[in-house]
Design a protein around this ligand. Structure first.
Ligand SMILES: [Ca+2]
Ligand SMILES: [Ca+2]
Ligand SMILES: [Ca+2]
Length: 264
């Protein structure tokens, strides 16, 4: 009897664990810095000390459009310069240094409202998923540009996500200067922030995907924007099935215990 129950538990484990391992986005919460992520431009891990709260754990990713530009003002009122953003498009003669090349989206930054993207930062991770999984993450767009009714449409910095597989590159704009921002001023070094919101996308087919997330300056490079990012995950559609299997395992152990008790 005990051997039979052990076999059932083993089979459950074989059927559930490999899929879960393949689907996982690793270090989606940035608690291990940028392990398992590829990065380009100006990026770092921030904590609650940043001033925008936290979503999951202690750490979150921060990306900015700063390139040796004003990122803060010190206690003496002097401007603090910083940042190492990369060009959006191939302009430097080093293709590997552009966001377009990094994200493998050669046409995106040349089309329509994206045409005037100048510089920014992005991160990406490749993972394997199954059809129906929901890819999601928490994001918070911050900017020193004018927003809402005061915005200058020529300087419409934006944050974005790309979801790519072998046959298509999908582009999603997360926010720009026309997005709804928090009514109060940001507690961070930025004037404005949207507060944390959730991006969510259901993956259409089985296979390997690359998620890219970034933020860019538009029209003018010196007034910076930023993006906080956390809790990147892909959740299987069949999580209820997995729960049932776990219940099954618990049930099997209960039966085992009952069986053992009966023998005494
Ligand atoms: Ca986190
Ligand atoms: Ca800007
Ligand atoms: Ca800049």
């Amino acid at each position: 009897m005990n051997r039979i129950i052990f076999s059932i538990v083993s089979i459950f484990a074989i059927f559930t664990l490999p899929n879960a391992a393949l689907a996982a986005i690793i270090n989606g919460g940035f608690e291990n810095s940028f392990d398992n992520w590829q990065t380009l431009g100006d990026y770092r891990v921030e904590t609650s000390a940043f001033g925008s709260g936290t979503v999951e754990g202690n750490s979150q990713a921060f990306l900015s459009t700063a390139y040796d530009e004003v990122v803060d003002v010190d206690e003496n009122g002097r401007e603090v310069l910083g940042g190492n953003a990369s060009p959006a498009v191939y302009i430097t003669g080093i293709a590997e240094n552009s966001l377009e090349n990094f994200l493998d989206v050669s046409s995106f930054f040349g089309e329509g409202f994206l045409a005037d993207a100048i510089e920014g930062s992005a991160i990406k991770q490749t993972f394997t998923a199954q059809a129906g999984e929901t890819l999601s993450f928490a994001w918070n767009f911050l900017t020193d540009e004018s927003v809402s009714n005061n915005r200058n449409p020529d300087f419409n910095d934006f944050a974005f996500a790309t979801v790519s597989n072998s046959y298509q590159n999908l582009f999603f704009k997360l926010a720009d200067t026309t997005t709804d921002f928090l009514a109060r001023d940001s507690d961070s070094n930025f004037f404005e922030e949207t507060g944390f919101k959730t991006f969510s996308f259901t993956l259409p087919t089985d296979g390997e995907y690359t998620l890219g997330v970034g933020v860019v300056d538009v029209g003018e490079p010196t007034i910076i924007s930023g993006l906080l990012l956390d809790q990147v995950q892909a959740i299987p559609e069949t999580s209820s099935t997995v729960s049932l299997l776990i219940l099954g395992i618990v049930g099997a152990f209960s039966a085992l215990k009952h069986s053992q008790n009966s023998q005494h």
